[in-house]
Design a protein around this ligand. Structure first.
Ligand code: AMP
Length: 544
């Protein structure tokens, strides 16, 4: 028997139309890459997205064709999110921090027909231009009079001139909700990048789940700041979720340093912001150096890599900001696991609450999860058994774009490559990426656990642990640390700090200090660079 409710597809265009119609006067504030701010509303964002969709028709971009972006978080990127996907094309958000060769590979693999870019990436575009002959349209995200002369890019158009060719009312097509809306490539740390092709349905479902109280807890009373780039997994779904609830949306462009972020958060009275731990650390360092306080920020979502307990304490105890630790991947749309307490946790002592918040959290609606052992059998949810985290759900990847190597799924589950425990209440704790685990004398050591110890030292700003080849033990752990400004700490002192905190054989053999941590294109520690660095040094001493 068929239900008698209206059959309306879940479409990205409906998110924008909802925001425009029901929250039309609500602000959208964007830092401009060229300086200053662009202040607009959801209503006017919709008008510009309509113009863009018309203009894309004018460029004869067929339904399903890919439109690439090399852009920071700005109002123009926001319009592309809705105008490209809403009109039936596929938005391809490209990470501009990748090497030119890698960007070109991704553009060609996705078969982008148009690429829209911030002028800041003009040099990158010039490099990839000869490598990407199938791109028909290069569009600079700027006003016409800002287009530089002699770019060497034939037919280069300005975005604002293009928008001028469109009209303010576009009839969004009634697409199949399962049609592709967006493509995003994995960062390619374990082989060539892989394209994850989201659908309108998966994007809207993940936005619904992201907005719920036990996830981002978003509402029309929020001002939302996605510090996480819009080229990194749909800005963790925040753009769609902000439209869904009608929140004020604040976009930081390229100004991601502590001082600029603090000023933006205060000026726009941001109540919810999300980013990777390194971004939050920059913000907290700036605030500590000036003894600054937040006046409106209530919630900080931290994910992308493990959030250290020291950061949770700083934000929660010193600044009164609720930390929402979250886990996700390009393949999970991305939001999958979020850490907020359950009713039974409300009486926890402060230290116990911090320990809970340091876990990655529990499954949001729309994701199922399990951990499996090496033999492929599901392991118990006892907080101790450790296995590969596998997930499934309507917003989880089924296959990669253009994949010729067989399904990535195992028995219908997507293997994440993360190693985790799940406790009896359903809280996940990631103990490592499978490729980052350190195997010493046949026993596994969690690099995450070793990093947490180093980060708890008051002199340490960042720490990363890697396994270094060892003739007797296979691998031995080495800790690499960056100290806080003005702090002093010796190698032996840091190694001694581990005593009593981890098993004796797990204590790192060596401690190396760097001025800066090498970060990958998504702001995560680049362990491959650390491995190369450490491998070029003398072998570590054996444990006693
Ligand atoms: P990406 O696809 O670039 O977003 O990377 C996804 C990977 O980032 C996951 O598989 C995890 O290894 C890691 N990750 C994401 N969030 C967290 C978190 N909260 N804690 C630890 N690792 C995380």
């Amino acid at each position: 028997m068929e239900g008698l409710m209206q059959q309306q597809p879940l479409l990205i265009s409906t998110l924008l139309e909802h925001a425009s119609r029901h929250h039309g006067a609500t602000a959208v504030v964007s830092r401009r890459t060229e300086g200053g701010f662009f202040r607009t509303t959801w209503r006017d964002t919709a008008v510009r997205a309509h113009r863009l969709a018309h203009a894309l028709d004018g460029l004869r971009l067929a339904p399903g064709e890919r439109v690439g972006t090399l852009a920071w978080n700005t109002h123009r990127h926001l319009e592309l999110y809705f105008g490209v996907s809403g009109s039936g094309r596929v938005l391809h958000t490209i990470n501009p921090r990748l090497h030119a060769q890698q960007v070109a590979w991704i553009v060609n693999h996705a078969q982008d027909r148009a690429v829209c870019f911030d002028l800041a990436f003009l040099a990158l575009v010039r490099e990839i231009l000869p490598l990407c002959p199938h791109v028909r349209h290069w569009i600079a995200l700027c006003e016409d009079d800002r287009l530089p002369a002699d770019t060497g890019i034939a037919g280069l158009a300005s975005y604002e001139a293009l928008l001028g060719t469109g009209t303010a009312r576009y009839p969004w097509p009634a697409l199949d909700e399962n049609s592709a809306s967006t493509i995003c490539y994995t960062s390619g740390t374990t082989g060539p990048p892989k394209g994850v092709l989201y659908s309108h349905r998966s994007a809207v479902l993940n936005a619904y789940a992201a907005a719920t109280p036990d996830a981002m807890n978003l509402s029309a009373r929020d001002a939302v700041l996605p510090v996480v780039p819009m080229f990194h997994v749909n800005a963790w779904g925040m753009v769609y979720a902000a439209a869904l609830v009608g929140a004020v949306l604040v976009l930081p462009a390229q100004a991601l340093g502590g001082e600029a972020l603090y000023e933006l958060i205060e000026a726009e009275q941001v109540t919810f912001a999300a980013g990777v731990p390194t971004v939050w650390q920059g913000l907290l360092d700036h605030m500590a150096s000036r003894e600054l306080r937040f006046t409106a920020l209530g919630r900080a979502m931290i994910g992308g890599s493990t959030c250290p307990e020291s950061m949770i304490r700083d934000l929660q105890e010193r600044h009164g900001v609720q930390v929402i630790h979250a886990w996700g991947m390009t393949e999970t749309s991305p939001l999958g696991i979020v850490c907020t307490p359950k009713r039974e946790h409300l009486g926890l002592a402060a230290d116990e609450m911090v320990a809970l918040c340091a876990k990655q959290g529990r499954a949001i609606f729309g994701i199922d999860m399990r951990i499996v052992g090496d033999d492929g059998h599901e392991l118990a949810w006892d907080g101790k058994s450790c296995g590969e985290l596998q997930v499934k759900g309507p917003a989880i990847v089924r296959d990669y774009y253009g994949n010729t190597e067989g399904s990535p799924l195992r028995d219908g589950w997507f293997p994440t490559g993360d190693v985790a425990t799940i406790d009896a209440q359903g809280y996940v704790q990631i103990t490592d990426r499978s490729k980052d685990l350190i195997k010493s004398g046949g026993e596994w050591i969690s690099s995450v656990a070793l990093e947490a110890v180093a980060c708890a030292h008051p002199a340490v700003k960042y720490a990363a642990c890697i396994g270094v080849a060892h003739p007797r033990w296979g691998q031995r752990p080495v800790v690499v640390a960056v100290l806080k400004p003005g702090a002093a700490l010796g190698r032996d002192e840091l190694i001694r700090f581990y005593e009593g905190k981890v098993a004796r054989w797990q204590i790192p053999d060596d401690a190396i200090f760097l001025d800066d941590m090498p970060l990958g294109p998504t702001g995560k520690v680049l362990k491959s660079a650390l491995r190369e660095l450490v491998a070029s040094r003398a072998p570590p001493r054996s444990p006693g």
